[in-house]
Every structure is written in C-alpha cells, then in structure tokens.
Design a protein around this ligand. Structure first.
Ligand code: IPE
Ligand code: IPE
Ligand code: MG
Length: 245
C-alpha cells in the first residue's frame, strides 16, 4: 500500500486528534488509563509511518485545555504517562531523526513534565527528519487569544501598525508560526468535531474521521488516508480542473 503513495503529492503536514482511548479501554473491560497507555503504541507507529514516506510535519493533539476538567486521577495519570513515554521514546526518536516540538500553554504542565519535554526538545533539535509537534494544554481559542495579546502589545509599542496586519501577520503570531497549514486532519474515535484544535490553520484542510479508536490506529491506516487524500481535488475556492466552463 505504501508503494502506491505518490511521492510528488505528499501532505506536508498531518494533524491528528487522537481520540477514543477511554472507550477502547472500556471495550476491553479496563480503566481509561489502559487505553491511554496503548495509545502510545499508535503514536510510535504513526511517527514511523510518517518517517518512512518522508512526511515533514506531524502534529498530535495529546491534551487539550479542556482536558484539565477531567477527574484529577486521570489528569495525573496522563501527565505521568507523558513523562514516561517521552523518556522511553527518546532513543527511537533519535534513531529516526525525529525533531520533537510542543505547542500549548506549556507552563501549566507539572514541572517534571516541562523538564522531560524540554530535554527531549533540546536533544532532538538537530534532527532533520520528521518534525513531531505535541499539542499539550493546547486549544485554538487559547492560541488565538495569545495571538491577540501579542499583536496588541506590539501595536502599543509601535512595532506593528494596525493597518499593516495581514493574514500572514496573524499566522506568524500563532504557536504554529513557520509551519505549513495541515493538509490532512484525522480524528479517530468516531466523533466528527474539531474540539478546539488548530481552528485558524485548518481553513482548507482535508478532514478524515476513520472509524477506529486511537489505540487501534496504525501506520497502515495513515497510509490509506494519504492515498484517499491524493485522490481528492482541492479547489481552494477556485473552480475545479474538470469543471464545466
Ligand atoms: C483521547 O481519548 C485522549 C485524550 C483526550 C487525552 P479520550 O480519553 O478522550 O477517550 P474517549 O473519547 O473518552 O474514548
Ligand atoms: C479531543 O478529545 C482532545 C484530544 C484528543 C487531546 P476530547 O475527548 O477531549 O474531545 P471531546 O470532549 O469529545 O470534544
Ligand atoms: Mg474523547
């Protein structure tokens, strides 16, 4: 299947809402955290799958601003899992030349999380393979609010003239500055909603809602989606190539 992917029409950036861990665990008669633990294997598989075909950017929605409202027990378990996973996966990331980055309100993460994350970001910074971005304590409304603050601050310091603000200015003040917009957004778990993820950046993104819980998702599922993506016509508001004149 991988061989059928056209290397000249690869998505530059794939974004994934990794949903369905809790329901997957329930289906297996286990606690929710069991699903989160198994989700790490899916992350590994997808990172490998991106690397194998030469994808440049992968953004993974791992923890939303709203996820802080879950029971403390689950939040604590997720943060512990995050620290452990970053630690355990670092060797594999280095081997695959993956550069790790993070977006979100990172200061709100527990100190141990911040340290482990920063250590992995620093260690992988020289890598030139896939850039994997973890969205942690992230939400698009948080990001857009931060953008408005930054713009207001620059304007009050006369470094930015309000009449000169363009869509490019906005993009450059977001957490994803310097990254291409996602070509593909995948949400597993069966829900067809965006849940506060990358609202500005997905203006023209192709959306996919595979009928799989995140712990069951593997690189082969990703490759199938990329094949589907390559058969879609993206029009960006223009008329299609085969449209009647
Ligand atoms: C996604 O899985 C992981 C996080 C939000 C951290 P869920 O935990 O939301 O799993 P479901 O949607 O309840 O099955
Ligand atoms: C979205 O999943 C956030 C992540 C996958 C990190 P949620 O499970 O939090 O989304 P809702 O609550 O179903 O919208
Ligand atoms: Mg969910």
């Amino acid at each position: 299947m991988k061989d059928n992917i056209n290397p000249n029409n690869l998505p530059r950036h794939i974004a994934i809402i990794m949903d369905g861990n809790g329901r997957w665990a329930r289906q297996h008669g286990q606690e929710r955290i069991y699903g989160h633990q198994h989700g790490v294997e899916s992350v590994r598989s997808v990172i490998e799958g991106c690397g194998e075909i030469g994808i440049k950017y992968l953004t993974l929605y791992a923890f939303s601003t709203e996820n802080w409202n879950r029971p403390k027990e689950e939040v604590d378990a997720l943060m512990t899992l995050l620290v452990k996973s970053i630690h355990n996966e670092l060797e594999g990331l280095m081997k695959n030349r993956v550069r790790l980055q993070a977006i979100g309100n990172l200061q709100s993460l527990p100190a141990e999380c911040q340290q482990e994350l920063q250590a992995a970001i620093d260690a992988t910074a020289p890598n030139n393979g896939l850039t994997t971005v973890l969205a942690l304590s992230y939400s698009a409304r948080w990001e857009l609010t931060e953008m408005a603050r930054k713009a207001a601050l620059l304007a009050s310091g006369r470094q930015l003239q309000p009449e000169n603000i363009t869509a490019e200015t906005v993009a450059s003040l977001l957490a994803t500055a310097n990254m291409p917009d996602p070509d593909i957004l995948i949400r597993t778990g069966g829900e067809c909603r965006v849940s506060n993820f990358l609202l500005w950046q997905i203006a023209y993104t192709e959306l996919f809602f595979p009928n799989l819980m995140w712990p069951d998702f593997r690189k082969e599922n990703l490759w199938q989606i990329i094949l589907d993506y390559q058969s879609r016509e993206r029009r960006f508001g223009k008329i299609g190539e085969h449209a009647p004149q």
